[in-house]
Ligand binder design. Structure first.
Ligand code: ADE
Length: 241
């Protein structure tokens, strides 16, 4: 069956890119199906009010719980993971993307303003897993662009969505390291040479060089990733380098 993604938002137009390029192709091929829903459909006043001032005072507005309760009852199949993008969430990782890609589908609840009344996530946890996640240590205006990021990371791991399985298995982060640099023709460009080993035809030598570049780049750019590797991930020689 197709992987199912539902998104509830007050800016449904913002999710139009979900139907384009890689994801659009996956929809056409029956691997993915997508529903985008306007939260205001589940309001019950003439003004279609979705927000209110925060209890306890402070700036901004909070999304009211009642429309969310009705929206999620209508849109979320029982047991389906609810993902709530928020800068106050756990960091979204490749590991989460891989795990979520094995599930039947996902429902995303997009907040704006100062977020969604916390009782929505608390109540929703009674009907299936709820993940409050952040895509990085910066503040967006709302969860919509975070949904685009996460759906792209998850759907490319669904079998058949990306043509080349290897291009998924050898990605940056798949083994906890960053990928090293890539090159294509010409061998010399504006005075810059492609590393000679890549032209050598020595496959074992190329594999060793790539591993070394991957470690070098990870140490330079993401030392936190190196420290987090399991004890047996590096050889003694690699650890020493
Ligand atoms: N909403 C606002 N900022 C966000 C972030 N960094 N990640 C996920 N959702 C957000």
């Amino acid at each position: 069956d197709a992987f199912r993604i539902d998104v509830v938002t007050i800016f449904p137009e913002y999710l139009a890119p979900l139907r384009q390029s890689l994801l659009g192709k996956a929809i056409e091929r029956g691997l993915l199906s997508v529903g985008v829903h306007d939260l205001r459909e589940w309001t019950d006043d003439v003004h279609r009010t979705v927000d209110d001032a925060p209890y306890g005072g402070g700036p901004g507005m909070v999304l009211k719980p009642e429309p969310w309760g009705r929206a999620l009852e209508a849109v979320r199949p029982p047991g389906t993971r609810l993902v709530v993008p928020t800068p106050a969430g756990r960091p979204f990782t490749q590991r989460m993307a891989a795990e979520w890609a094995t599930e039947p589908g996902l429902v995303f609840a997009c907040g704006r303003y100062e977020g969604i009344d916390q009782r929505v996530a608390d109540w929703a946890a009674g009907a299936g897993p709820v993940s409050e996640v952040s895509i990085g240590d910066y503040v967006l205006a709302g969860g919509e662009s975070a949904v685009l990021v996460m759906t792209e990371a998850v759907t490319r791991l669904i079998p058949g969505v990306v043509g080349n399985r290897e291009s998924v298995e050898f990605d940056s982060h798949a083994d906890g390291l960053l990928e090293g640099p890539s090159y294509t023709r010409p061998a010399t460009w504006r005075g810059h040479e492609v590393p000679a080993v890549l032209l050598s035809g020595d496959h074992a030598g190329i594999a060793r060089w790539r591993r070394a570049e991957s470690l070098r780049r990870t140490a330079a750019r993401r030392p936190d990733l190196l420290s987090a590797l399991p004890g047996d991930a590096l050889t003694d020689a690699e650890r020493a380098a």
